[in-house]
Design a protein around this ligand. Structure first.
Ligand SMILES: [Fe+2]
Ligand SMILES: [Fe+2]
Length: 484
């Protein structure tokens, strides 16, 4: 009975994590129960978790009407996307899922994607001198001496005696790691599915490692941006949300005036890291917050607004969770029908996108996973999104947390691993703004052009709109231009 119910759901494309499966199977009609949960969710995750069930089981459809499925939008979301070529050779795409997606969403795909994550991060960790001679996890616990090993965290919990227990695994096996209550690492935030290095000592029983040092892939401490002879600057303009009735027309006008006058000589590249339009059907009741209710018209309006950008500036457009592309990350760029709306000065890229601009390495990611980081890791907040970006760099992964708000597509390769160290790392999504530096990487949260939304007001969140971060590609100097 149990397997048949789960198989039937799988045939409908519904995957459940083990805890969710237990909750569902405890119901009188498991299939009807799952459908009632999905009916009130604004976006369907690839895997339904216990967290989803606990959250949405409370929601009465009358209070939270399901978003109407728009057939046009559904088609757009299935499109593989077309990547427009840059008009000059100063932009080189290093990594982008556009045109490379192989994902079919099967359970095997997930295993393959997680294996790839493990391999890539193990390779980075293996270069660390502290982890020289590391052993497979199952072997490491068998030695009666200090050992080194590398594993992916499958789960962790605090014990009633005040210690912390981690379960880690590699391709061959798994083991338990104990972080003693007196360890300096006790309060270290551990995230499921992150890959870590362990220096530890096995107990005489041979089934547990006592942690001595926890090593993260991280950015090397001596990493630095090397100045180049480029005289160009790049600006980042996230979360424009054209079509929303809270789009900041006046601030946009001030920014555009600057771009056409003083900014014209300063800026050579302009990147829009996602949520370029407000979209449709993103959350229940969105129609009431839209000035433009047709998604194509929203993109037409954006294209009109961008026509004012001086021709000397190369524009790059990336999708976010409000855009009409596949919501699961990595997101391919826009489908042809939308790409055709923009003129040839706009280059369309996927999310995330790793590129070189005049030799400067730039990682631009819309930042949907910031929601999961902030809700799961103590000390992180919407007020300081830059701190969360540091956590991504430490773990060399944009979205290790699986099963949260960030839908993940299990591609053959895990495109969310930060394999190469960028000079500039940009996100948006949370509508905050900031510039910082983490071990030689300039980190930027690229503001928004939308004022406080009713949802943000309800959650007492004040955005930082109408700010334009600009980085000089030669010197690396970064500054924020204020148009609020
Ligand atoms: Fe946004
Ligand atoms: Fe967003």
């Amino acid at each position: 009975m149990r397997d048949r119910v789960l198989d039937d759901l799988l045939n409908e494309g519904i995957l459940l994590d083990p805890e969710a499966a237990e909750l569902v199977l405890a119901q009188a009609d498991p299939a009807a129960y799952v459908r009632s949960i999905l009916a009130v969710m604004t976006q369907h995750p690839l895997v339904l978790t216990a967290e989803h069930i606990k959250t949405y089981a409370q929601v009465k459809p009358s209070r939270l009407p399901p978003v109407q499925v728009n057939p046009v939008l559904e088609e757009l979301r299935k499109s593989p996307g077309v990547m427009a070529r840059p008009k000059d050779s100063s932009i080189e795409i290093i990594s982008d899922i556009t045109g490379n997606s192989t994902c079919e969403g099967s359970v095997n795909d997930f295993a393959r994607c997680f294996n790839d994550r493990f391999k890539k991060l193990k390779k980075i960790l293996s270069r660390r001198p502290e982890l020289a001679g590391s052993l497979p996890v199952a072997k490491a616990v068998k030695y009666d001496r200090e050992v080194r090993t590398i594993g992916m965290v499958s789960e962790w919990h605090n014990t009633k005696n005040g210690h912390k227990i981690l379960e880690i695994e590699d391709e061959e096996g798994r083991c338990t790691v104990l972080i003693h209550k007196d360890s300096e690492y006790l309060n270290e935030n551990i995230v499921n599915d992150e890959v870590i290095g362990i220096v530890g000592k096995a107990t005489s029983k041979g089934d547990l490692l006592i942690l001595k040092d926890l090593i993260r892939p991280d950015i090397p401490i001596n990493n630095a941006m090397v100045p180049s002879d480029s005289s160009s600057s790049i600006a980042f303009m996230s979360d424009v949300h054209v079509g929303s009735n809270t789009f900041l027309k006046d601030a946009w006008g001030r920014m555009m005036h600057w771009l056409k006058t003083e900014g014209k000589d300063e800026i050579q590249y302009l990147v829009l890291p996602g949520d370029v339009v407000d979209g449709i059907g993103v959350f229940p009741g969105q129609e009431e917050e839209l000035e433009i209710e047709d998604v194509f018209e929203q993109y037409h309006m954006l294209a009109e607004l961008l026509k004012e950008v001086p021709d000397s500036i190369q524009i790059l457009i990336q999708p976010g969770n409000h855009d009409a592309v596949r919501p699961a990350e990595p997101q391919p760029t826009f489908p042809k029908i939308i790409a055709d709306i923009f003129d040839s000065s706009c280059m369309l890229i996927g999310n995330p996108c790793y590129m070189k601009v005049e030799g400067r390495k730039i990682l631009t990611y819309h930042g949907r996973s910031l929601d999961d980081w902030i809700s799961s890791v103590q000390g992180l907040s919407y007020e300081n999104p830059i701190d969360t970006m540091d956590e991504m760099l430490k773990r060399r992964h944009l979205a290790p947390l699986y099963g949260g708000k960030t839908p993940l597509a299990p591609e053959k390769e895990d495109h969310l691993v930060i394999e190469e160290i960028p000079d500039i790392f940009v996100t948006g999504h949370v509508h905050g703004a900031g510039i910082n530096m983490y071990r030689g990487v300039t980190t930027i949260c690229a503001s928004t052009w939308q004022s406080q939304t009713p949802f943000q007001k309800m959650h007492n969140f004040s955005p930082d709109p109408a700010l334009l971060p600009v980085v000089h590609l030669g010197t690396g100097k970064a500054e924020m231009h204020d148009f609020s």
